[in-house]
Design a protein around this ligand. Structure first.
Ligand code: NAD
Length: 383
């Protein structure tokens, strides 16, 4: 079968769904690989490098989509009027698409795809079980977003992160407060510590305390007894009493620290509003907030999704394209996640995929099978 990788058409998207290194791995599974000319350019992968790895370079999106059996993409299919491209229309009957889809937020797209009588696997729907960790693209992208959040913060901040004693005087280390210690939060802790900042972190799930400490950061507790772990180990919505105590703690931290990085999310809910306008007003001028929850509504009341704004002397960064801002790294990890999925789909290494709905991981990721919407999957069996 031919795996086709088109150039992403979403405005500003720099990632690409495969790399020359992964092309070689896909070929070892028996697939042929086609790449749209220029698909990797923004992530610094040339047509020549793909060709040397054994891929065929195809000149146009139309030719790529029509000649491929399986399409690997980053972003969910889109319509792009300026390019006169509708990616759903390009996907022909019987073909398979693998990309981010977000089926819960994109019901119209799901209906359009199902009407094309295709099969769709959503990388955002891969079950987060141990066996599937190597194809967990959500974690790959969250890791990059957490790292890049620190880079963006240091860029907007007017001082060193590390303390220094120089001939021109003593420089105190920056203080960084990280809210939400999932994959992105842990990555942000690592990056901020690496730059020499004093790092503190907080989360409603108490089990992350040891992870925070093991990375050399301080875990800041909320002075209120409530278990924050909900279904599947994810966060739950906290009680009003807890939220009040949490706001008091955040207020104190906001006045003390230089940088706040927020990553707090609750599956299926809007992002909790944790940093109020009043807290921002009480931060030191020149402080920075990076809100990784911007796309889900933001953890800070003053975040503008997709933009960096200055409010009360504080820079509030709400970029929603952090993985794309590290396009080469993101493409490498995402391409590897897709290769690992390909291994699961092609156990015989014969270049033919089997979308086996008896397999827990494949079942979870498959959101449309031969034109039938199969999302959401049935809840896992409790034995
Ligand atoms: P996430 O992006 O859903 O949320 C980020 C963090 O925000 C979480 O740690 C959450 O507890 C925290 N949070 C939510 N509301 C908050 C609030 N009001 N105040 C402070 N913090 C708040 O998290 P994630 O990165 O997807 O990870 C969530 C869990 O899933 C973790 O336990 C992680 O280890 C686990 N996980 C498992 C796998 C796997 O087994 N394959 C992969 C990835 C993550």
């Amino acid at each position: 079968m031919i795996i086709g990788v088109p150039k992403e058409i979403h405005a500003g998207e720099k990632r690409v769904a495969t790399t020359p290194e992964v092309v070689e791995k896909l070929k070892k599974l028996g697939f042929s690989v086609s790449i749209e000319s220029g698909a990797g350019a923004a992530a610094n992968f040339t047509d020549e490098a793909y060709r040397e790895a054994g891929a065929t370079i195809v000149d146009s999106a139309q030719a790529l989509w029509s000649s491929s059996d399986i399409i690997f993409k980053v972003r969910a299919p889109e319509t792009h009027p300026e390019l006169a491209t509708d990616e759903v229309e390009l996907l022909k009957e019987g073909k398979t698409l693998v990309s981010f889809i977000w089926p819960g937020q994109n019901s119209e797209l799901m209906e359009r795809l199902a009407a094309k009588n295709v099969t769709v696997l959503a990388m955002d729907s891969v079950p987060r079980v141990s066996r599937a960790q190597k194809l967990d693209a959500l974690s790959s992208m969250a890791n990059i977003a957490g790292y890049r959040a620190v880079v963006e913060a240091s860029h907007a901040f007017g001082r060193f992160f590390c303390g220094q004693i120089t001939a021109a005087g003593k420089v105190p280390p920056a203080k960084v407060f990280i809210i939400g210690v999932g994959v992105a939060g842990l990555s942000a802790i690592g990056a901020a510590s690496g730059l020499g900042a004093i790092v503190r972190a907080s989360d409603t799930r108490p089990e992350v305390k040891d992870q925070v400490k093991s990375m050399g950061a301080e875990f800041v507790e909320v002075d209120y007894q409530e278990e924050g772990t909900g279904v599947g180990g994810y966060a739950k919505v906290m009680s009003e009493g807890y939220q009040k105590a949490q706001r008091e703690m955040y207020f104190r931290q906001a006045m003390d620290v230089d940088i706040i990085i927020t990553t707090a999310l609750i599956p299926g809910k809007p992002a909790p509003k944790l940093i109020t306008a009043g807290m921002v007003e009480n931060m030191k001028p020149g402080s920075v907030i990076v809100d990784l929850a911007a796309e889900q509504g933001g953890n800070c009341e003053l975040t503008v999704p997709g933009e960096a704004v200055v409010r009360h002397g504080v820079t509030i960064i709400g970029y929603t394209d952090l993985p794309s801002r590290l396009a080469k790294q993101s493409s490498q990890l995402y391409a590897t996640n897709l290769w690992r999925l390909s291994e699961e789909l092609c156990k015989n290494k014969d270049g033919v995929i089997d979308v086996n709905m008896e397999d827990e991981v494949i079942r979870g990721a498959t959101v449309i099978k031969n034109g039938a919407i199969t999302w959401p999957p049935p809840p896992p069996k409790i034995s």
